[in-house]
Structure formats: C-alpha cells, structure tokens
Design a protein around this ligand. Structure first.
Ligand SMILES: Nc1ncnc2c1ncn2[C@@H]1O[C@H](COP(=O)(O)OP(=O)(O)OP(=O)(O)O)[C@@H](O)[C@H]1O
Ligand SMILES: [Mg+2]
Length: 318
C-alpha cells in the first residue's frame, strides 16, 4: 500500500526549562521528528508489519530525519525531492513551568514542474499498489480540488482510496462525484466541510450516511477521547477507547486511519475494524510520536476497547 503526504513537517522539540524571551537561554535537549499525516500512517502501518511505500513532496535540505525513519521501518521512500526545506514546526518546551511555545515555519510551495514529477510518480505507483492513503493538508501552489481529482483517477483505476484531510481540500472531495472508499474526518472537520453544525450523534450519523449514499464505503468520524463512529451501508458501530495516561495526542487520528487500512487489508468485519483502529490510536497516544506499542500491549488495549453495534433500526437503507 502507499501513502501520499504533500505537506510533510519536521517537528523540532527544544527543551529549555525556565527560558525567557529577549535573553540568552540554555536548553537541555533537542529532538527532531519526521511527521505529516501520510508519513505517520506509513510509520504505524510499517510497525504493524504492512509493506508500505511513502510518497509526496520532501525538501531536499532537511530530509535526513525522514530518511532515517524510512530506513528504520523499511518504508519504501518514493518522495519527490524538492529544492529547499520541508516546513519545520518548532516546539519550545519548559518542563519546569509546564509550558509549550509553538513556532510554525512556512513550507515549500509546489510548482507546475513538481506537480508533473509527482503525477508521473503517482502513475508509476498506481501500476504496482492497490491501496492509497491521501493524508494531510495541501501546500501552497496546489489547488484545493487536487485530492478530489486524484480520488477520481485512483478509483477509476480500481484502487482502494482512504482520505484524511480538512478544510477546503475535504470540502472539495465531499462535494465531488467520486468519493474515497474510506474517509476519516474528526467531528469538527466533518462539520466544517459540510458547512453545518453536527451537534448530536444523530447529526453525525446522518452526515455519514449522506456520504455513503454518494459512494463512500466507510465513514469513520472520530471524536477525540469520546471515541469514534464507524458507519457503512450495512452497519453502524461506536468504539469507545479506554482511559489511558496520554503522553501526546499527536497522531491519534493518523493511527486510526492506519488501523482501518490494516483492517481493510485483512478483510475484518466492522466491529473488529473499529476495535483495531481504536487500539492503534490509543497505543499511539501513550507514547511520543507516531509509533505502535509492542504487540502484547496493543492486544491488551484492544481488549479494553468498548465496541457497540447500533441497532438495526438505525441501519441505512439505500
Ligand atoms: N484523550 C484520549 N483518550 C483516549 N483515546 C483518545 C484520546 N484522544 C483520541 N483518542 C482516540 O484516538 C481516536 C482519534 O482521535 P481524534 O478524534 O482526536 O483524531 P484527530 O482529531 O483526527 O487527530 P489528529 O490530530 O491525529 O488529526 C479517537 O477516536 C480515540 O479512539
Ligand atoms: Mg485528524
């Protein structure tokens, strides 16, 4: 399977206890981590043992952390190298005061030449891959209907397509003629994309079912610590995570996408898919970065996920 990340990010976390602006400060340590939604999905699926190819646009000047991650996890690196640097997110953490300051730097813009190279790469990957995950925001220079067009192209080629994005890119996909097989917005993203408030579970179900009637096969609406609603044409499932000590919620949604794709690859029924996806999310938030815990720990978490199948009268009829 392949993941596409058009706007990856390099996260730099600097620990500087007691730091003050406008002075010279000492830091304790610095950590670089390769991120971006599709990179996270690839990282988690690789931990699970899936053969993964990762593509997208990557700044040539600071690609090292990404290359290290890909090598360590045997992820096939199909990223197009772009002159310049991938956008960096700086996090200054003060453990003493329990404060975090974020500085997000702008990323690379896409040019017509880069988009051409990317298209050629995607055509090549389409010939050799069956499952595609399109994840994350679009960088400057790429039109908001980019994913919508790519979804149509991949599905016309018979591929399974999963999408996790937000804002105008998600709106464009949800309004297009061809929907992805799997969409995983969180409740806020879905509400923003549809331009209406989704305040109750019934509202979320109705919204999900509209997308199913328009061609999606599985709509997973995640709701943070509340869990997630997973809806297909035949079934509706609610998955509630156990309470866990949260280390970092970064990648919770990406892990859910990875879990749903892993479930698809194994042909799991919806309740089992919901359990697996939620265990991936919960496992990821109990550690730093987008990595799965060891298998035994993951199995223990999965056993604690509360999965309920909503009653037949709630089923969709189309
Ligand atoms: N605080 C938490 N405690 C337990 N589980 C959580 C918590 N936050 C998230 N999860 C789990 O992770 C899943 C996905 O989380 P969430 O809805 O926050 O995704 P997201 O908003 O897409 O996140 P991301 O920032 O990765 O895009 C939830 O359905 C839930 O199972
Ligand atoms: Mg998300």
């Amino acid at each position: 399977m392949a993941t596409l990340t058009l706007n990856p990010a390099l996260d730099m976390t600097v620990r500087a206890d007691g730091w003050q602006p406008n002075t010279v400060n000492s830091g304790q340590d610095m950590h670089l981590s390769a991120g971006g939604k599709g990179v996270n999905v690839a990282s988690i699926l690789a931990d699970w043992g899936v053969t993964v190819t990762a593509t997208g646009l990557l700044g040539a000047e600071n690609a090292g952390s990404f290359e290290t991650l890909f090598r360590a996890k045997h992820i096939q690196d199909a990223f197009i190298r772009v002159p310049g640097s991938t956008r960096v997110g700086v996090k200054i953490v003060d453990h003493a005061k329990q404060e975090t300051t974020d500085i997000n730097l702008p990323g690379l813009g896409a040019t017509p030449e880069l988009l051409k190279a990317l298209e050629a790469q995607l055509d090549e990957l389409t010939a050799s891959h069956e499952v595609f995950v399109l994840a994350g925001s679009l960088p400057p220079g790429i039109e908001s209907n980019y994913y919508a067009r790519l979804v149509a192209k991949l599905r016309a080629a018979g591929k399974f397509v999963a999408l996790d994005t937000s804002g105008p890119a998600l709106t464009a996909v949800l309004n297009a003629d061809t929907l992805p097989n799997l969409v995983k917005p969180n409740n806020h993203e879905l509400s923003a994309a549809l331009g209406r408030e989704l305040s109750s579970e019934q509202d979320l179900l109705d919204a999900a079912r509209t997308l199913l009637t328009r061609g999606a096969d599985l709509v997973a609406v995640s709701q943070g610590e509340e869990g997630a609603l997973l809806v297909t044409r035949d079934e509706t499932v609610k998955a509630r995570p156990p309470r866990v000590p949260v280390v970092s919620t970064v990648g919770a949604g990406d892990a859910m996408v990875a879990g749903l794709v892993a479930a698809h690859l194994d042909g799991l029924p919806l309740p089992a898919a919901a359990r697996r996806a939620t265990s991936f999310s919960v496992g990821t938030i109990t550690r730093l970065g987008a990595h799965l815990p060891p298998r035994a720990e993951l199995d223990a978490i999965a056993a604690q996920v509360d999965v309920s199948v909503l009653k037949t009268s709630d089923r969709l009829t189309v």
